[in-house]
Design a protein around this ligand. Sequence first.
Ligand code: FES
Length: 230
Amino acid sequence: MPKRQYVEITIDGKEVRAPMGEKILWAALEAGIEIPHLCAIREADPPWGGCRLCWVEVEGRGLVTACTEPVRQGMVIHTDTEAVRRLQRRALELILADHPMECKTCPKRPSCQLLRWMRFLKVKIPKDLRPFPKELVEPDESHSLFVFDRNKCILCGKCVWVCKEVEGVGVLDFAYRGYQMRVTTFLGKPIAQTPCTGCLRCVEVCPVGALYLKEGAEGKEREEHLGEVP
Ligand code: FES
């Protein structure tokens, strides 16, 4: 097996050694430096880069998304500049403007990554951007173990990736374009009418309340399916 090569970079003044080709995001997180992110999956190649939350500034290069930009020898990276925070806040506000803020009743509240980054970036619900014209749909409760509430989907693509690339099933995928883009099943069928295996990986990786377990689903059936989730 070829020996892995490393590069030396600087992130926020800290010297960091990272595997060549590693994306800035993972090098920073490994070094204990927080960068907001919602859609990144380390194993995904190419990265989806859809949430636009992980902006950083690279000296001599400018603003880049950390989940898509590989480290290079001698790179000097800043994660906390005014320009970085401005872009991150705006990206988060745009996501929030299309997200029903039903946090009090949301089953994913304790682990919600939107709330996490709202606190981190000190972002409030953007009143100036609300409400986007949104057609609310009934959550899909057809599956015995979990609910798919498309209204809360932030299009991070994590469920699509694990369903296709890890499980090899491909029940969920993106459909339509632009503002109409959504994650859905083939022909929009209820999950129960698809080849879903009930592995629940999509529920595990969903950073918000778009996919969540039904009450009482924390049972044997679930444990049998769950392995290491990226
Ligand atoms: S985490 Fe980089 S664009 Fe979403």
